[in-house]
Design a protein around this ligand. Structure first.
Ligand SMILES: Cc1cc2nc3c(=O)[nH]c(=O)nc-3n(C[C@H](O)[C@H](O)[C@H](O)COP(=O)(O)OP(=O)(O)OC[C@H]3O[C@@H](n4cnc5c(N)ncnc54)[C@H](O)[C@@H]3O)c2cc1C
Length: 371
């Protein structure tokens, strides 16, 4: 016999956990989250945790606005999660450094200009100012842009906190449960199938990250999201060589409060292969030593890879699917899902309960792909 839930969320990454938490906080009951693996077991835990709209955005526009709103949202979310989930997500407002080439960096100069024109805070640092701020860095830099309002967070703790906060509001999260099909009532999607069970639901939200294409196939829809592998090298060090996340040529280093240093990351289109490769390790090692030559003799602790959900136009897809009453997707957050996931969850929850949506999502509508 079919089991029932009011709302089924497929995928317990940052997006799915955030949708669940925000719905529950708005008083919605009967929320069930299903994940074929573990809570946060894919891209959301693999990530580096930067909240970096200014350091990463290509230019002004709706995507930058969304990223800035998402960054602001953390100011409210971090203390809220501390109180509800008793978890410190290590939300650190230390800023992010972007190193400049010695021979000049036109892209960075352009970024500096348009951000100042928009009234965003960005500082240009001389090489001397960079060394003063981060004495462990290479001396071969032409200065840096400093983005004091870009932050970082411990993304593994963030996922635990969102899941814990959702559970404390009555959400049920089931791990090891693969959604393998949908059931219909006429034209309406009325529930989901797993290999063992059928669940009927009033609403279904797909938060399946890099696997969204596959769920789309089950629905007869082409959701244009593909996996983009990112490899990370991680070292636990007796002393952290940097205080800030630092972007250099081809990647970044991010310090963690526990003494860990994250070095990332590759962007590779190799399907669903999550291998850590020798070439990946080589590239990340070279990056580490280019930024932090003093680490040459340090052992690295481990390495991992995750699959970012990359939509065809690089932008998220958030909203209902046309013609499939009460079925929503929230995916395609690519390199910014830790930044955007919490606010995305709130906005999807607002759509479902029929509240005014507090940030315009037109640019991210699945409808732009005819979905
Ligand atoms: C190396 C790396 C570094 C990154 N660094 C940053 C960063 O610094 N800042 C930032 O903002 N973002 C970063 N990102 C991007 C960010 O991690 C992703 O955008 C984000 O985690 C996507 O979240 P999600 O919930 O959509 O996907 P996921 O976390 O991948 O979750 C999707 C979930 O769906 C489940 N699922 C899939 N199919 C099914 C099914 N059929 N049935 C049930 N469950 C299913 C999966 O098991 C998975 O748990 C990084 C990503 C990587 C890989």
């Amino acid at each position: 016999m079919a089991k029932t839930a009011d709302i089924i969320i497929v995928g317990a990454g940052v997006v799915g956990c955030s949708v669940a938490y925000h719905l529950a906080r708005m008083g919605v009951k009967g929320i069930l989250v299903l994940d074929r693996g573990q809570i946060g077991g894919e891209a959301s835990t693999a990530a580096a945790g930067m909240l970096a709209p200014q350091c990463e955005a290509p230019g002004p526009g709706p995507f930058l606005d969304f990223c800035l709103a998402a960054r602001r949202y953390y100011e409210r979310l971090a203390p809220e999660l501390k109180e509800i989930a008793r978890t410190d997500i290590e939300y650190l407002d230390w800023g992010i450094l972007h190193l400049l080439d010695e021979e000049g960096d036109e892209a960075a100069e352009g970024r500096y200009r348009w951000q100042r024109e928009l009234g965003l805070t960005v500082e240009r640092l001389t090489p001397e100012e960079v060394f003063k701020l981060e004495p462990g860095l290479t001396k071969e830099v032409g200065g840096a842009l400093f983005f004091p309002d870009d932050h970082h967070v411990n993304n593994a703790e963030l996922i635990c906190a969102l899941a814990q906060a959702a559970r404390s509001h009555g959400v049920r999260i089931v791990e090891g449960c693969t959604v393998s099909g949908f059931i219909y009532d006429g034209d309406k999607v009325a529930g989901i199938r797993t290999p063992d069970e059928i669940f009927t639901a009033g609403y279904i939200v797909l938060c399946t990250g890099a696997w969204s294409w596959q769920l789309g196939v089950l629905l007869g829809r082409r959701i244009p999201v593909e996996p983009a592998r990112g490899q990370i090298l991680y070292a636990e060090l007796p002393e952290l060589p940097v205080r800030h996340p630092v972007w250099g040529k081809g990647g970044y280093v991010v310090p963690r409060l526990n003494g860990g240093l994250i070095v990332g990351s590759t962007v590779e289109y190799v399907g669903f292969d999550k291998s850590v490769t020798l070439d990946g390790i080589r590239r990340l090692s070279e990056l580490t030593l280019a930024l932090l030559p003093g680490l040459a003799e340090q052992p690295f602790t481990r390495a991992w890879a995750g699959l970012r959900p990359h939509a065809k136009d690089g932008l998220p897809l958030i909203g209902p699917l046309q013609g499939l009453d009460r079925l929503y997707i929230a995916t395609g957050h690519f390199r910014n899902g830790i930044l955007l996931g919490p606010l995305t969850g709130r906005l999807v929850a607002e759509m479902i309960v029929g509240e005014p949506v507090s940030f315009p999502l037109d640019a991210f509508s699945p409808g732009r792909f005819g979905l």
